[in-house]
Design a protein around this ligand. Structure first.
Ligand code: FES
Ligand SMILES: [Fe+2]
Length: 445
């Protein structure tokens, strides 16, 4: 449970909020590169941390993000022209480059220096391994670009991003990744011999009814934990997941690096972006297509409107109960929502709301138990970090020294009674030279 003040501080990310200011100190993913296939191509609207932006690829192929409202009289730059190293406002022709510099002001008389006094609010972007990252903070010189494995491995070892819009506060969504125990419920197959559901992955079956044992560790870049389950062969399965400031997780799901971002568009909408990477070989053929089209079996995405909150919105959504199938729920899966990417998870987190429909959960109402220990730890880390930045300007080390966040998740089968921290010390590092570990042993394909 959180008091109202901490809940607000944790969740709200608009300009001037403590958490919003904290997040703006980090580079984070904005949109997949595939949204901008060509230089001088279409301008796209985007909304991030409560700010309306337009994004575009300029003549040189570089990505730009500037405020949607033109600094002259506020016309939408979305209707502008992307031409010759900048975009020109549709209303009176003022032109801005990707740095926000006004490079042409045709309405001013010759000799006027007004052009030097006006800038568009602009944010640096980097296009790396199929993803456009953005830095929305106040520094003239952005912090070092993050060197997560998805950013440093060769291009063909990193997947296209899969993106799913979630109609809930970013922290609600991310808490699903901090909660390993839901695996035994939301994603449970009812029995080993249950017929597979007609749509989606077949789920997990664990004959051991005991909940996993958690061991949580706070770290300088965030936190990590092991959820330990006893396997029937006498071994322990340690599922180790990572949280990295401000909204990144790495969850164990097979033999790849899985990097996930919960990017807030505003307080009520966030994208879950998943990128996978293989540390030492190209991703299998077809991976990119699978990631891009992952929701096809539940109808794909709705048609986009003018509003970026409609991007990556799946056809299966809260308006149709996420395609809940009560027949499947009877005898196949614990949860009848198709297990397609994080669709069932989203049903759990999106609909956490108060009676008045406010889609930002009031955490004064909850009752946390033993299994919520990682959720509690990450909330504590985030609240502490946002307050430290608000009160004395200090930031976690992974802002200035991205190496501290070069970590990994993984699944490991260890003999009973092992010292899992010592046994996995190298495997939890991106540069530890160890394999990622085993496949999640409860998956039934
Ligand atoms: S409003 Fe953009 S140039 Fe006038
Ligand atoms: Fe899940």
């Amino acid at each position: 449970m959180l008091n109202r003040e901490d809940n607000e501080l944790l969740c709200r990310v608009g300009p001037g909020t403590p958490m919003g200011n904290f997040m703006r100190e980090f580079w984070f993913p904005a949109l997949p590169s595939r949204e901008f296939p060509e230089s001088d191509g279409d301008i796209k609207r985007m909304r991030l941390l409560g700010e309306n932006l337009v994004m575009f690829r300029d003549t040189n192929g570089n990505m730009g993000a500037i405020a949607e409202a033109c600094p002259h009289r506020g016309a939408s730059m979305y209707f502008g022209r992307n031409e010759c190293e900048g975009i020109r406002c549709p209303y009176h022709g003022w032109k801005f480059d990707i740095t926000g510099k006004c490079v042409d002001m045709p309405t001013e008389p010759e000799g006027s220096n007004f052009i030097n006094k006006v800038r568009a609010r602009a944010y640096p972007c980097r296009d790396v391994n199929k993803m456009v990252w953005i830095y929305m903070g106040p520094r003239a010189e952005p912090p070092p670009f993050p060197n997560y494995e998805v950013n440093t491995l060769p291009y063909d070892r990193v997947s296209e991003p899969n993106v799913m819009m979630e109609e809930a506060n970013w922290m609600q969504n991310m808490e699903g990744d901090l909660d390993s125990v839901h695996l035994d419920w939301v994603h449970k197959r009812l029995s080993k011999d249950a017929p597979p559901p007609p749509i989606g992955t077949h789920g997990f079956y664990n004959p051991d009814p005991r909940p996993p044992e958690f061991d949580v560790h706070e770290s300088e870049y965030g936190a990590f934990y092991s959820a330990m389950r006893n396997m029937q062969d006498g071994q322990e399965w340690h599922r180790i997941n990572q949280f990295i400031f401000p909204f990144f997780t790495m969850i164990s799901a097979g033999p790849t690096v899985n990097f996930r971002s919960f990017v807030p568009l505003d307080d009520h909408h966030a994208m879950l972006i998943t990128q996978s990477a293989h540390p030492d070989q190209p991703m299998p053929p077809g991976t990119d297509e699978r990631m891009v089209n992952a929701f096809d079996e539940v109808g794909g995405y709705i048609e986009r409107s003018h509003d970026p909150r409609s991007y990556f919105m799946t056809v299966a959504n809260k308006r149709n109960d996420f395609w809940l199938d009560r027949e499947v729920q009877k005898d196949r899966m614990y949860n009848g929502i198709p297990f397609v990417m994080n669709l069932p998870d989203r049903a759990m987190t999106e609909l956490m709301c108060s009676d008045d429909g406010e889609p930002l959960y009031d955490r004064t109402q909850e009752h946390l138990g033993t299994s919520d220990v990682y959720v509690i730890a990450v909330r504590r880390q985030l609240i502490r970090a946002a307050k430290a930045f608000r009160d004395n300007g200090s930031l976690p080390p992974n802002v200035e020294n991205p190496d501290t966040g070069r970590v990994r998740m993984g699944s490991f089968l260890l003999p009973k009674g092992s010292d899992w921290l010592a046994e996995t010390a190298e495997a939890r590092l991106a540069d530890g030279g160890q394999p990622i570990g085993c496949d999640v042993p409860l998956i039934i394909e």
